[in-house]
Design a protein around this ligand. Structure first.
Ligand SMILES: [Zn+2]
Length: 411
């Protein structure tokens, strides 16, 4: 291996100590004191890797090494180092520290890339603290929303105050920082957060696309009644409607979806939620994803039909609100080709797979071509202290990142 496996491992384990909870957990909320501590430590590692560093007004940590042709669009790599409140050691950090390791290795080998390289640790990817994430990357590409700097955390502190406490002065007029054409490619390595690589017995995967979710909230309204007295044929049972839709939606996705389609009813609210009252109003969420937009649209249409049909049969009123609808974003073919070539030379035989969860890379895709490398993680567990990836798998992923970056940066 070209990369320094011990150094990478050491960095990962050292970072896991900051905000550590229990034996293997991490709680490093965005812009918090522990987040700042982590940024300071990682900034030190960036400097050791030969990078000139800055922390911008959004809380992003960026390291830069000038290429021999500084006018060329740059190569950017990285991920995030904030965590969920009850998170693991590898989510984000694997890729952020992997990117630093790549540049450090280049420096040690006296490689001077043609393109300028920037390594980034995006601020607040997770979104747990202010209930809205990918803040840093959206700042960079000009996708911040009106007033979002005044969103509050559960203690009433605004993001603005939190960023000041973190040690930066936010200036939203700096957004966007990068425009289309500035960046030749963005590369992100991340743990898979799913079970596909494990099931294929492969340490590394090349990502084809990040799937786009549709998020709906469905409300069914019937009529409350005494569970003991209203005969079955006279009921308007909203709970029953939700149950039928949930089951038939699941069957629809299994039967008519592509191998990549996933559909989930994950949250449900019931009124009045009493054991001896027929449910009057039930509200539940639907999450539907695929990288094949046509397939997803087809299923969405059938889902609407299913909701209408079920409501009619049970004499319920229904309404559907669309909370989110984003398109899948495809990794650039030319980057995947470079990855595949080096993957073959490294002898990994990595499969191609899609990403169900989104990542900072999804947002970078609006201004740059992008590629992603996934690393196997145990049972697909993530956002949980039990999250675990084998160091050997992580190192293999970073090695592939290294070769990919070398080729794109012209080294
Ligand atoms: Zn992540």
């Amino acid at each position: 291996m070209q990369i320094n496996q011990d150094r990478y491992k050491d960095h990962l384990m050292t970072l896991a100590e900051i905000g550590k909870i229990g034996e293997t957990g991490v709680n490093r909320l965005a812009h918090s004191k522990d987040d700042r501590k982590a940024v300071d430590v990682v900034q030190g590692w960036m400097k050791e890797a030969g990078l000139t560093t800055r922390i911008d007004g959004f809380g992003n940590l960026i390291g830069r090494t000038e290429g021999t042709e500084p006018d060329q669009p740059i190569l950017m790599m990285g991920s995030h180092i904030d965590s969920q409140p009850y998170g693991g050691r590898f989510d984000g950090t694997a890729g952020a520290l992997g990117a630093i390791e790549v540049v450090h290795t280049m420096k040690e080998q006296n490689i001077k890339p043609v393109r300028t390289i920037e390594v980034i640790c995006f601020a607040d990817e997770e979104g747990s603290r202010f209930n809205k994430g990918v803040f840093g990357v959206r700042g960079l590409i000009g996708q911040l929303e009106e007033g979002e700097i005044l969103r509050k955390d559960k203690n009433g502190m605004t993001r603005l105050e939190a960023l000041r406490e973190f040690g930066v002065e936010p200036d939203l007029s700096e957004s966007p920082v990068y425009k289309p054409g500035d960046i030749e490619a963005f590369l992100e390595l991340h743990i898979e957060q799913g079970p596909v690589l494990e099931s294929k017995d492969k340490p590394v995967g090349i990502v084809s696309a990040i799937s786009g979710p549709i998020w709906l909230t469905v409300t069914l309204e019937g009529f409350a009644g005494h569970a003991g007295s209203v005969p079955m044929h006279l009921r308007q049972d909203a709970m029953l409607g939700a149950a039928i839709i949930t089951k038939e939606f699941n069957e629809l996705v299994r039967r008519e979806g592509t191998p990549n389609t996933v559909g989930t009813v994950g949250s449900i609210q019931n009124f009045p939620n009493s054991r001896n009252i027929i449910a009057e109003k039930v509200e539940f969420t639907i999450d539907l994803r695929d990288i094949d937009l046509d397939a997803r649209n087809r299923l969405e249409e059938k889902l609407y039909q299913l909701i209408e049909k079920t409501s009619k049969e049970l004499n319920l009123d229904y309404s559907i609100t669309e909370d989110t609808k984003s398109d899948p974003r495809y990794c650039a073919d030319w980057i995947k080709e470079i990855m595949k070539k080096h993957d073959e030379q490294l002898g990994y035989q990595s499969p191609t797979l899609m990403s169900g969860p989104f990542h900072d890379a999804l947002f970078m895709s609006y201004i740059s071509d992008y590629g992603m490398i996934f690393v196997r993680c145990e049972k697909g567990i993530s956002h949980n202290p039990l999250e675990y990836a084998e160091m050997e798998d992580l190192q293999k992923g970073v090695e592939l990142l290294y070769h990919t970056a070398m080729e794109i940066a012209g080294a």
